[in-house]
Design a protein around this ligand. Structure first.
Ligand code: HPA
Length: 242
């Protein structure tokens, strides 16, 4: 298996140290450096987006370097893991959902590899940012279906106000988080198939009286499930530009 890494897991808050023994490798890209981990006996890289010690806040993560590094290493599919707040009573803390689409309320981040340099203007087709085929594969290996949810990307690092969350829910948002934009659209631009498992750890501000954190007991099942997903061969894809 060594030397055959064509997939990646991108870990988020509370899921940064899934492979404590894995050696690391620093990869240089046109956008800066990214640190990847190489779990033994696996066919994927592990990239903790906040750093292994959780030292990078969401707005300081070098998303372009991360995705460019995965691309450079030959990754064709990546599964993101992220911690989120819930805007819906029925999406309870301590459970999981798969992201189906996003609403972008970030403010200060480079969100594209195509910002006009070198005369390249490209418009991304975002009708399927999150691979439904990988979502379905995840559910098969997980053992039961998971809800699909619309992710609202906020700038952070503060949580949202109650008024912001009322607004986000009213326009179709189900979950709030701070990292999936631009990670998901950059993966699509790079032609890397992408899905994201959302670990719901709290109700968003204003949804319940007090914001408290609750983690799932099923966190240890994520890696074996992704081992199953990545046991199936996935082909490289063309980035969908209009
Ligand atoms: N808001 C934004 N990001 C989050 C939250 C939240 O409530 N919970 C975990 N990440």
């Amino acid at each position: 298996m060594e030397g055959q890494r064509t997939y990646a897991i991108i870990g988020g808050t509370g899921m940064e140290d899934l492979f404590p023994q894995a050696p690391m490798e620093t990869v240089s890209t046109a956008y800066g450096e990214a640190v990847l981990y190489l779990p033994q006996g696996k066919n994927y890289y592990f990239l903790p987006r906040h750093g292994k010690e959780h030292h990078l806040p969401p707005h300081r993560i070098n998303y372009r370097a991360n995705i460019a590094a995965l691309k450079k290493m030959g990754v064709v599919a990546a599964f993101g893991l992220c911690a989120v707040g819930s805007l819906r009573e029925e999406l309870r803390p301590g459970t999981f959902a798969l992201i189906s689409d996003f609403l972008d309320f970030t403010k200060s981040r480079p969100t594209t590899f195509f910002d006009g340099e070198g005369g390249q203007v490209r418009h991304l087709d975002v009708s399927e940012v999150y691979s439904e085929a990988m979502n379905a594969s995840f559910e098969r290996h997980w053992g039961h279906p998971l809800p699909r949810a619309v992710y609202v990307a906020t700038e952070g690092p503060r949580f949202e106000t109650a008024s912001e969350n009322r607004f986000y829910a009213s326009i179709g948002g189900d979950l709030v988080g701070m990292t999936n934009v631009p990670e998901a659209p950059l993966a699509l631009e790079a032609g890397i198939r992408y899905s994201c498992l959302a670990h719901i750890i709290n109700y968003g501000t204003g949804i319940h009286q007090k914001v408290t954190i609750e983690k799932s007991q099923d966190l240890p099942r994520i890696v074996p499930t992704l081992d199953g997903v990545f046991a199936q061969k996935m082909e490289p894809m063309e980035a969908p530009f209009l």
